[in-house]
Structures are given as C-alpha cells and as structure tokens.
Design a protein around this ligand. Structure first.
Ligand code: HXC
Length: 290
C-alpha cells in the first residue's frame, strides 16, 4: 500500500511494543524504514521482538524496560532517547484491561487499569510533547483507544473511563499543540484478536457473542490496522488532527457497548473467568523484571 521508504529518517516510540497490536505497528513502521523504540514491562518479549525486527529490516531497533505508571522513569527514558536525537512519532499503545462486573472491582483493581491507561499515557505524551515544543520539532502522536469512548462499555468500566479521558486528551492537545506542528490522533480498533487482549477480555472464547460480531462478519486483519497507523504517522495529511478513528467494521455503530452480551453470565461463570484472567496475569508477571 505504501512505498518502502515512507517512514525513512523517522524515529518512532511504540509503548507496549513487544507484543500484540504494539508489535504489529512497530513491525510495519520498521518495514517502511523507521528507527524503532519499544518499551514495556517484560524484557524477554521486548528483546525477542527487537531481534526479530533487526533480522528482518535494515533499520535501528531499540528496546527498554519501562513501567509507564512511574512518571519519573518515563521522563528519564524519554530524555535518554532525546539525548540521541528527537523522536518524530509516538504511539501510546501500552494498556491494561480485564473484564469484571463493576460491583466486584476493588479500588486497587480500578487503579491498576487507570494508572496504566489514563495516568501512564499522559506521562509519556507530556514528556515527549514538551521536548518537541522546546526543540521546535514537529511530531505525530497516535493513541490506541477503543470504541467505548463513544458508547461506554459494561464490564470494562475503568478502561472505558480511562480511554475516554485519552479521547479528550487527543482533541484537547490537537488544539493546544497544533501550532507547534504536533499532530494528535487516536485509533479505536474493534476486534483485532491478540493473545494479551483475548486471554483477558474473551477468556472463555465466546467470540461470536462478545467480541467477534461485526457487520462484515469477521474480525479485523492486522494489516488493516498497520496501514491506518502508518498513514497517520507519515507526512502528507497533517491537516488531519484531533481525530479518533474507529476501525471496527462498523461494529459499534451496530451493536453499542462491546461487552453487553456478558450480562447473561452467572456468578459462577465470572468466578471461572476471574481465575483464567489471573493465570494469564501471573504468567506475565513471572516475566517482568520491574
Ligand atoms: C477483578 C482483578 C482482576 C480480575 C486483577 N484484579 N485482575 N479484579 N477481576 N480479573 C485486581 C486485583 O485483585 C488487585 O486488587 C488489583 O486488580 C491489582 O492487581 P495486580 O495483578 O496486582 O495488578 P498489576 O500487576 O498492576 O496488573 C495490572 C493488570 C494486568 C491490568 C491487572 O492485567 C496487566 O498488567 N495487564 C497488561 C496487559 C493487558 O491487560 N493487556 C490487555 C489489554 S486489552 P486487590 O484489591 O485484590 O489487591 C485493551 C483493550 C482491548 O486494553 C480492546 C478490545 C476491543
């Protein structure tokens, strides 16, 4: 769809770029010539992805462990990148989520999501944006949101609240930072199956009823999301800013809140689901160095 050197000379940071959608976008950017920075909490998956990209593409790939919930660590990491030259693009992809009846959430459960998605994404955006403004360097920001920013969604209320806040950030910063040459957009993907999301959001595999139902009769294909992210990251359409673009096969226009179908589950179903999500989380935690 694009020329191979579309993103040549661009330096792009993808948070949570070791796995899932972040890895897919980082891969597509590298394929189109960009220098890539990925960060996340698990060194093993970051290293694996960085090695894979280095082998495939003739461009520089860097990785670093980072927990975006820590504003000081975020700022030192961003400074360490800018010490070697400015970034040109930022993808706010790192996130956390699990399905749960809202009545069963503890304050810590709410904070676990809000601290990553709402606070962490702001810390990274602020840290990169202020350096762009100071250096008078133009840049492009893409945040990965969800169609819940328009519909809300039951059973993922901390995520829906946090991502809606980031939708407001996208609109607000596009207006505030436009005159610095900073373009701020967001993508709201519908169902694009990835292991991290599916193990936590669809642990009992009920695809059709919850996440898989779109008017197109299929889930998203990764190259569709990659193409949209690459288009937003490239030069040539800078007048497009402040937008959250849904790429969901018109699912949200048809069905409303993504998880509405879960109302049929019993308390026992939820207990099983919680155990499945916990075992996914525990496996991930065993891999984390920080
Ligand atoms: C209820 C839960 C729970 C569950 C955790 N908690 N899982 N409550 N149901 N299934 C509660 C715990 O009981 C605890 O509160 C609190 O949350 C913190 O739990 P920790 O495990 O200590 O948190 P932490 O290590 O910070 O992990 C954060 C996490 C984890 C979000 C829970 O899943 C994570 O790091 N995930 C990152 C990757 C991820 O989630 N990927 C999917 C993203 S999909 P108490 O009070 O008991 O101590 C996405 C959008 C997809 O973002 C869109 C699709 C359409």
């Amino acid at each position: 769809m694009f020329k191979d050197d579309l993103l040549k000379e661009k330096r792009i940071l993808v948070t949570g770029g070791g796995t899932g959608l972040g890895k897919e976008m980082a891969t597509h950017f590298a394929k189109h010539g960009a220098e890539i920075f990925i960060c996340g909490r698990r060194e093993n998956v970051l290293e694996e992805t960085a090695n894979e990209l280095k082998e495939k593409y003739d461009t520089k790939i860097h990785y670093s462990t980072l927990d975006i919930r820590d504003s000081k660590d975020v700022d030192s990491y961003i400074q360490s990148i800018f010490d070697t030259g400015p970034l040109d693009g930022l993808v706010n992809n790192a996130a956390g989520n699990f399905i749960s009846p809202t009545k069963d959430l503890s304050p810590k459960g709410f904070d676990a999501i809000a601290n990553i998605v709402f606070h962490g994404t702001f810390y990274v955006t602020h840290s990169v944006g202020k350096r762009w403004i100071e250096a008078k360097h133009k840049g492009s920001i893409i945040s990965i949101l969800a169609t819940w920013v328009w519909t809300g969604s039951p059973y993922v209320v901390p995520s829906a609240m946090s991502k809606t806040g980031l939708h407001a950030m996208t609109q607000s910063l596009a207006a505030e930072w436009g005159h610095y040459g900073i373009k701020v957009n967001a993508i709201a993907p519908g169902p694009f199956p990835t292991k991290g999301a599916w193990d936590r959001l669809n642990p009992n595999g009920a695809d059709e009823e919850s996440l898989g139902s779109t008017p197109l009769g299929r889930v998203g294909e990764m190259n569709e999301l990659q193409n949209l992210a690459t288009f937003l990251m490239a030069d040539g359409c800078d007048f497009l800013t402040g937008q959250t673009i849904a790429i969901d096969g018109a699912q949200y226009l048809t069905g409303g809140g993504t998880f509405s179908g879960l109302s049929k589950l019993t308390d026992d179903d939820w207990a099983n689901i919680r155990n499945m999500i916990r075992s996914t989380n525990n496996k991930d935690k065993a891999d984390r160095k920080i």
